[in-house]
Design a protein around this ligand. Sequence first.
Ligand code: PMP
Length: 435
Amino acid sequence: MGISERELELSLDEILKKREMHISKSLSIGHGKPLHITKGKMQYLYSKSGEKYLDLVNNVCHVGHCNPHVVSAGQKQMAQLNTNTRYIYDGLTEYIERIANTLPGQLNVGFLVNSGSEANELAIRLARAYTKNHDIVVVEGAYHGHTGMLIDLSPYKFRGPGGKGNPEDWVHVVPVPDTYRDNSRDYIGELQDIVEKAEPVAGFIVESMLSCAGQIPLPEGYLAKSFECVRKVGGLCIADEVQVGFGRVGDNMWAFEGHGVIPDIVVMGKPIGNGHPMAAVFTTKEIASAFEEMEFFSTFGGNPVSCAIGMAVLDVIENEKLIENSRAMGELFIDGLTKLKQQHKLIGDIRGKGLFLGIELVKDHSTLEPASKEAKSLVEGMLSRNILLSIDGPRKNVIKIKPPLVISEKDVEKTLISLGEILSGIEEEKSTNNS
Ligand code: PMP
């Protein structure tokens, strides 16, 4: 009997009991109520009881849950060969070359690993090896991974529950350039100050659109100017494209491209394998060569099955024109959300691009007091309509939209209608309670 058949015999309560006994509480359950999901198909998830959910949360199953082209590529390669990078096989070189061809010419050396965390660790090691410096600059609110070093580097974690509170002395935190909350601050001036005081730095790690910090697009010129400041003191610039890469933002393959910059190191993860554990780091020959004295080996990184799956993901992005779909669906969302903003005072800000969007809820448009409870009610209301959404940002008041890129116009329309109705309900309830 396979695991999934066994699972179908257990009730949700029985599974939860087993979970409590054998699984640490540090692994949380999403969506407030436990969802017992037994099948995924493109943008939809199906529960044991047959409910169909529209998944607007999963930015890993980029080309759709269980995309048949990806599944079949993995199955075929699993039945043919799976080994490691100490052997020669076509898949590895072809795949690395294909990704390199999507990047600016000089970023043509790739390393394949198994998770975004591993890839960011490697990126930091590369920056340190090349610059011979140790310190790293990071943006407030950022999350870059779950390893010891990356928890110390992620304000989202070290300032959050269970964290140490303050950064280590090698970590320098620059403010989130959140122009919705404060348009008058000189974010680059502050960054420059911090970078110059921190000198010598090995690198600056930054997402090309901020995710955990609250779905925040970087202001025009921010990446170019911040890279200039960091390079001036000899540091390297690392673009963490784990969430925003592979066409999610709807204009280019990589979100940094929209800012007219070329990072020294690019980190990829999540969507790269559509759910298969893979990640990658790309850099220049010169930077990679500073790292060549010690052997680099990852048992599973870049194995033939991963390469076949990674190739299939790229095929689907290209063949199904998913970057174009991301842009078109993103525009539909922004249009509809802008209309909703005019009707619902709770919506303070609509932002983002492609299928990487944020809706910030506030109680008051002048004080910007976060409407965190209302954000939670909105997500719960959407769940009752079988639409999955989630919340992020330091104030827990930003609704994230980052679905598989295969969503359709119908999905967007249904989402907008439901958002409007649930928001009206929340507002009515508030006014009844206030009267
Ligand atoms: N960087 C960013 C921006 C992320 O969002 C994440 C995961 N949420 C990571 C790195 C770490 O990736 P992983 O969970 O695959 O280790």
